[in-house]
Design a binder for this molecule. Structure first.
Ligand SMILES: [Zn+2]
Length: 194
């Protein structure tokens, strides 16, 4: 698979296969697994999140609902953000709502031997902080001016979004081996039929 941006890969977890909507974020465990696969959480923190979800199932469901809501906003940004300033404004408010969450506090602490150490104390709601790296990735896309290169796959049956990093900026398919290949085969069939 070609390297994609974290936020775009996250948008693509809400998928359509053979005309059916397939959400790979079907539960909180799937969200944690996805974050682990994408190196947002290391194994230890992922295990901590799973334990916490067992103790606080309502909090975990709320975190999943929040992640899906953010995903919907990011899809809007990916599909329409480059062309509609109103959409950009609305999604920006959503991004800042997430970035404003306190994930923790940096401190300097005095130790017993009179030396000092920097410390990071996780604070606020640990569940709420899970999506921050995804939102930061979308914020980076805005800062770097990448939005104009973000596209939805040209296959009408495919909902994937991607960053077009080709030189001429004319990439049309999310993946040449799947959607691109199908389009090529369809063109060929049309030609053969005359
Ligand atoms: Zn596609």
């Amino acid at each position: 698979m070609e390297h994609e941006r974290l936020w775009l890969e996250f948008v693509n977890t809400d998928d359509i296969r053979r005309g059916e909507r397939v959400d790979s974020m079907r539960d909180f465990a799937a969200l944690v697994r996805w974050l682990e696969i994408h190196a947002v959480l290391d194994a230890e923190r992922a295990a901590g999140m799973r334990r916490r979800a067992e103790q606080q199932p309502a909090g975990a469901s709320a975190a999943l609902a929040d992640a899906r809501r953010i995903r919907a906003a990011l899809r809007t940004l990916a599909e329409r953000g480059a062309h509609e300033s109103r959409v950009r404004g609305e999604v920006l408010a959503e991004l800042n709502r997430v970035l404003g969450r306190s994930a923790g506090t940096r401190r300097v602490e005095a130790r017993d031997d009179e030396t000092f150490v920097r410390a990071f104390v996780p604070g606020g709601d640990a569940f709420a902080g899970l999506v921050i790296p995804i939102v930061e990735s979308a914020a980076d896309a805005l800062v770097l001016g990448e939005l104009a290169r973000v596209r939805r796959c040209a296959d009408p049956n495919c909902t994937h979004v991607f960053l077009d990093s080709t030189k001429n900026g004319r990439r049309r398919w999310c993946d040449m081996r799947t959607c691109g290949n199908r389009a090529k085969a369809a063109r060929h069939r049309t030609k053969v039929r005359g």
